[in-house]
Design a protein around this ligand. Structure first.
Ligand SMILES: [Zn+2]
Length: 417
């Protein structure tokens, strides 16, 4: 038997940590309200630092307030392997979103320590500041600065609803650190998280091998026809913008169907004018949201929608405008890291499937600067950003063990001796 085969996560301890830290910002309904850089956030950060020190970790805080717990490896010349996620929550958040990834990483450090296992690479655990974006928008702020997507000045200038700037909030809780944010080479990054969707639970799978984060593109669609009398205007002479909009809604669903199970199209807002029961609607404004793991497919979905929508508009004598308002490219994760997660799940005898993340994560930014992958576990009813968020204790332990084995595989794979 391999000498490291017996290293394992202390499952009861991990589940206790999740339960214990839920008191920092506990809500009456069993959730957590722990906004970034609040008094509750300071308490949970202090708790994490105390437990990291007890394991013999060195702890640094960067200029964005992110905490890094570091267990020294045997070769100090190698860049570290990093695990991470976030301890901030939504205003009525659950006990698992982000928290699981940080405390699961702590459980990995603890398992290595308990077994006397010293990897070649140093192993770091990151607690990223303001992942949720609930207090300071946009989300994933600290990992965004770390990976060069935002500047430190941009991040410091973000203000909450009371006008408090992020830079001042960092000072207020004593977490404006010295280490320049991003001056931190990495061998690889792994993030453990609840799925926040229903796929794993529906299929009875324990582990989601996350292959990337899907891309998304938003459009504002305007249809202009002609207002007319509902009683006197013959059907064939109408230029009904809402009827044409209805055809576009069906078209959007057809476009998704034509591009396979990973394509998603949504029309979430529809606003018809003038909004009178006996007037043929003259104008409709609506939104269109396109998503797919592959940006080339989103291009194709957009082209299909535009071509067929133009034909629908032409036949209905409607003027059509489709303006892109926002977009976020897809993020494919690293094939080698994905393979380490898949192997770890398979070797542990855990049911698993490849999955694309529908939500954003710190890992999406980390993938810009180092090989990255994620591990999902199921959450009940796919519910997240909700006080009722729940994950099974056995799944929590299983996911942390997969993270641990993936880190051990990465230690062998990267920077070969
Ligand atoms: Zn999260």
């Amino acid at each position: 038997m391999h000498k490291n085969a017996n290293i394992t996560i202390d499952g009861p301890r991990l589940n206790e940590d999740i339960a214990f830290t839920s008191r920092f910002g506990a809500t009456p309904r069993g959730g957590i309200r722990r906004l970034a850089l609040s008094a509750e956030d300071r308490l949970v950060r202090d708790w994490l630092a105390t437990h990291g020190e007890a394991l013999g970790c060195s702890i640094t805080v960067d200029t964005m307030g992110s905490q890094f717990l570091r267990l020294e490896g045997s070769d100090p010349t190698l860049p570290p392997l990093m695990m991470g996620s976030h301890l901030d929550t939504q205003p009525t958040g659950g006990r698992y979103d982000g928290i699981y990834g940080v405390l699961g990483g702590l459980a990995v450090l603890r398992a290595f320590r308990a077994a006397g296992y010293v990897p070649r690479h140093s192993i770091e655990l990151a607690n990223w500041t303001n992942e949720e974006g609930a207090r300071f928008a946009p989300a994933m702020t600290a990992s965004g600065v770390f990976s060069g997507v935002f500047t430190l000045e941009q991040a410091y200038g973000l203000a909450d609803r009371d006008g408090v700037r992020l830079g001042d909030a960092l000072l207020a809780i004593g977490y404006k650190g010295d280490e320049p944010c991003g001056a931190h080479p990495l061998a690889a990054y792994f993030e453990l998280h609840i799925e926040q969707g229903p796929v794993l639970e529906n299929e009875g799978k324990t582990i989601g091998v996350v292959t990337g984060v899907q891309g998304m593109r938003w459009f504002d669609v305007t249809l202009t026809g002609q207002e007319a009398h509902a009683g006197t205007t013959p059907m064939e002479l109408r230029r009904d913008a809402l009827l044409a909009a209805a055809r576009l809604m069906v078209l959007a669903a057809d476009v998704a169907a034509a591009h396979g199970p990973d394509a998603k199209t949504t029309i979430g807002i529809i606003d018809a004018s003038p909004g009178s029961r006996n007037v043929v609607p003259g104008e409709v404004r609506m939104t269109l949201d396109l998503r797919h793991p592959d940006d080339a497919v989103i291009d194709q979905m957009e082209a299909d929608f535009r071509t067929q929508a133009a034909e629908i508009a032409r036949r209905a004598h409607i003027e059509l405008s489709i303006e892109e308002s926002w977009g976020s490219p897809s993020v494919p994760f690293d094939l080698a890291c994905i393979g380490m997660v898949r192997d770890a799940a398979a070797k542990a005898g855990l049911s698993h499937r490849d999955i694309i993340s529908g939500a954003g994560h710190d890992a999406a930014y980390m993938a810009r600067i180092c090989p990255t992958a994620m591990i999902f576990i199921p959450c009940r009813d796919g519910l997240s950003h909700n006080e009722a968020e729940y994950a099974e204790p056995e799944d929590i332990v299983a996911g942390a063990n997969v993270l641990m084995r993936a880190i051990m595989a990465a230690d062998e794979h990267f920077d070969p001796a």
